[in-house]
Design a protein around this ligand. Structure first.
Ligand SMILES: [Zn+2]
Length: 247
């Protein structure tokens, strides 16, 4: 079985280096890793990782809503330049988060700009969304053709909206701790599901970093909850991931 970790922050691990994480992941069948930016300083780190592991890394350049006040001047120009330079790069992670950062205006501004760039360069968009269901009403009509709500843990009503707009829904280990996991997992059509670690964050094991070699276990558990054959499920998710990352 083959897998793609559709959201990881390889630049943020403390306990293991990227080379070890990638080779352990590959042994477990994880052959590609979408490496998501959070802050502007990540862009150079992720492009360096991509240069080192071009077969395995799918770079994603963007700015996370938690750090909207630390973007620095001219970030839009620099982001556009790096997206043009790396034609396989995705945009993100970006999005909206009222729990961590209640101030709407700066978040709107950077999210809108990243949506615009994703559309201009025809790139998939990695969306972080927390406590923002109503706020998202302003965005459904303008999202790019391909987008994913990453590490999904929200309500099933929002899920229906994402799916109706042809969006993807990506699950990390955090879904396994959700009381409504069965309802949520069963509500997504098979062709819309992606899997991720969000490593080093959101480990299944408290206090530990989250590694890509957990992806097969995550797939197995989700297939079991959905009542699907694991191999068929994994194959479907792998095809979805290839279609999503366009590689
Ligand atoms: Zn993330």
């Amino acid at each position: 079985m083959k897998f793609i970790d559709t959201h990881i922050h390889l630049q943020d691990f403390k306990t293991r280096c990227a080379t070890d994480i990638i080779s352990a992941g590959k042994k477990a069948g994880v052959e590609k890793f979408v490496c998501a930016s959070v802050i502007r300083e990540d862009w150079a780190k992720i492009s360096a990782l991509y240069e080192e592991f071009p077969e395995n890394i799918v770079p994603a350049f963007g700015l996370h809503p938690w750090y909207v006040n630390k973007t620095g001047l001219g970030w839009e120009v620099e982001l556009e330049k790096i997206l043009a330079e790396y034609p396989k790069a995705l945009v993100g992670e970006t999005g909206l988060d009222r729990l961590h950062f209640p101030d709407k205006e700066p978040q709107n501004e950077i999210f809108l700009k990243q949506i615009e760039l994703a559309k201009k360069y025809k790139r998939p968009l990695l969306i972080h969304a927390v406590k923002c269901q109503e706020w998202l009403e302003n965005y459904w009509a303008i999202l790019p053709e391909k987008f994913v709500f990453h590490s999904y843990n929200g309500k099933s009503e929002l899920l229906k909206k994402i799916v109706s707009r042809n969006g993807y829904v990506s699950f990390s280990a955090s879904i396994l701790k959700n009381r409504d996991k069965e309802k949520i997992l069963k509500a997504v059509p098979p062709e819309r599901i992606l899997l991720e670690t969000d490593g080093p964050y959101q480990s299944f094991y408290p206090g530990q970093e989250s590694f890509p070699d957990f992806i097969p276990e995550l797939a197995e558990e989700i297939a079991r909850i959905r009542g699907e054959n694991m191999e068929l499920f994994a194959d479907r998710v792998y095809q979805n991931s290839l279609e999503f990352v366009q590689c």
